[in-house]
Ligand binder design. Structure first.
Ligand code: TIU
Length: 228
């Protein structure tokens, strides 16, 4: 059974049983003041607009009994999985591993590393802890997806041009079809967000498809589209 999502550059034909909703890094460290996003000099309020659309798609996936996966960017407390090049970049007053108002920045187990309450995982939803920007690098995401027969991904989260884009690119080269939520992603740089979405679906879908949360929800909830 397939359903049709109205999308750019053309309709996305989706098999819900083979699709995962992957929510990238909706952590306090990026979305709330005092975390990694702030430490890099960003206005974190710019990301909050993505929360409600993601929450709406999350509810639709849960309601339909479909697979939801969450990711978190972060490192071991001893920093053994933090490469020196990443550690050196971001030359503000506080860096990865330093202590801020939400605990150690981008460190697993710290308050800031946790997923925001609005989108908190429920039992049965895998949480992928990743040391890099892409969700496939140095994680078991691909094993989990293949084990469940997943071939298509709906991608959401932050930031559009960094962790979402890197994950979309990694997924593409592994043969997964990707649709990125236009309103369920966000960037500290609105122009980068816009262009990242354009890049995803330019050239007749060079990396995949782009659609708003409402069109994904409509397809899932109404089971619209032709069955095959
Ligand atoms: N800084 C920025 O835009 N993003 C990140 O560092 N990580 C993610 O995108 N999750």
């Amino acid at each position: 059974m397939t359903i049709t999502v109205t999308a750019r550059p053309y309709d996305f034909t989706m098999d819900p049983e083979r699709t995962a909703f992957v929510i990238i890094d909706m952590q306090r460290d990026f979305v709330e003041p005092g975390g990694f996003g702030s430490a890099l000099g960003n206005d974190v309020s710019l990301l909050r607009g993505a929360i409600e659309p993601i929450g709406a798609v999350l509810a639709a996936f849960r309601e339909a009994g479909l697979l939801v996966i969450h990711t978190r960017e972060g490192h071991r407390p001893d920093l053994s999985d933090l490469n020196a090049a990443k550690h050196r970049r971001g030359r503000g007053a506080t860096r990865i591993g330093d202590t801020g108002p939400m605990g150690r920045i981008l460190i697993r187990g710290a308050d800031g590393h946790e997923i925001i309450p609005e989108l908190f995982p429920i039992a049965g939803e895998p949480v992928i802890d990743k040391p890099g920007k892409g969700a496939f690098y140095a994680t078991d995401l691909e094993t989990i997806l293949r084990g469940r027969g997943i071939t298509q991904l709906i991608l959401a989260g932050v930031t559009t041009e960094v962790c979402v884009h890197t994950t979309m690119r990694e997924a593409n080269d592994r043969g997964f079809e990707c649709l990125v939520l236009s309103d369920g992603t966000a960037s500290y740089f609105p122009e980068f967000h816009r262009l990242a979405l354009e890049m995803a679906c330019a050239q007749d879908g060079i990396f995949g498809w782009v659609a708003p949360s409402s069109d994904v929800i409509a397809a899932i909830s109404n089971k619209t589209g032709a069955s095959t």
